[in-house]
Write a protein that binds this ligand. Structure first.
Ligand code: G6P
Ligand code: MG
Length: 269
């Protein structure tokens, strides 16, 4: 693997609560019931499609013009919240994994449905880590369509099969799979089939010493590395020639299977 494409909202930056507040304020004004669950279904999909999810609960019908006005109103509330965004709003461990991947020679891109991507990356000083950005301003079909990830890969100059996507939304996981990319699922949500699952981005950390030795290990769950994730993620992210060793339990060898095409495998029980 030569590139990693990160979703932005909910993976690198904690903007989810701001989205929720924006939609909730609009829903209250319009007298439409709106829950956190409704908000979860809006993850990864475009602003207008998110509005459609909200309006499903309304008995009224709205003209195109009214819909546009409502989406614009919600965005104004959301952008108001984004003004307070700082470096501290990047999720724990995000910067560390970006730095480590860059040090390993992996190309990095953002692939987000959000049209506010430039503002968010500016406020959180994230541009510096990325070789390319593809966002809601560049595409006509939002996730689960693969367009944004295919564009990100093209901007990295990489074929889709050389890219891994990191996603927290079901629509995003589906988009990655349809793009022909492997996918790391982040967070507690039901995401459908992923090549690897972690609870948050902070669980993916690269060890500087082993990076230097040409071996990358990724720790899952803090200080105790989960050998299975170590093995899978190393195999997924690295060019095969840079894998010197992978440590994994014997029972997981078959799961790794074709993913690892070179390197020494150390077994432990
Ligand atoms: C992200 C969020 C979605 C949001 C979409 C569009 O993918 O996960 O919840 O609807 O971006 O965001 P925007 O900032 O363009 O309204
Ligand atoms: Mg997301």
């Amino acid at each position: 693997m030569k590139g990693v494409i990160f979703d932005l909202d909910g993976v690198l930056v904690s903007t989810d609560e701001f989205h929720y507040r924006g939609w909730a304020r609009l829903a209250t004004e319009e007298g439409i019931p709106f829950t956190r669950e409704d908000n979860h279904r809006q993850r990864g999909v475009s602003r207008m499609e998110s509005l459609e999810i909200l309006l499903k609960k309304s008995p009224k019908s709205y003209s195109g013009e009214q819909r546009l006005e409502m989406a614009t109103r919600k965005n104004a509330y959301y952008v108001e919240c984004l003004q307070n965004l700082t470096l501290a709003d990047t999720l724990p461990g995000a910067r560390e994994i970006l730095v480590a991947l860059r040090a390993a020679g992996i190309k990095l891109a953002v692939g987000s449905s959000s049209r506010n991507t430039p503002l968010i990356m500016e406020k959180t000083d994230l541009f510096r880590y990325f070789d390319a950005v593809a966002d809601g301003n560049d595409i006509t079909r939002s996730k689960p369509d693969p367009e944004v990830f295919l564009l990100a890969a093209r901007r990295l100059g990489l074929p889709p099969e050389e890219c891994v996507v990191v996603e927290d939304a079901e629509a995003g996981v589906e988009a990655a799979r349809r793009a022909g990319m492997r996918v790391v699922g982040v967070g507690p949500a039901e995401l459908g089939p992923c090549d690897l699952r972690v609870r948050n981005i902070g669980e993916l950390t690269a060890d500087a010493q082993t990076l230097h030795a040409g071996v990358v290990t990724f720790s899952v769950g803090g200080s105790q590395p989960d050998p299975r994730s170590v093995a899978l993620l190393s195999a997924m992210l690295l060019q095969p020639e840079s894998i010197n060793s992978v440590v994994l339990p014997e029972k997981d060898l078959s799961a790794l299977g074709q993913r690892l095409d070179s390197g020494i495998i150390y077994l432990y029980s």
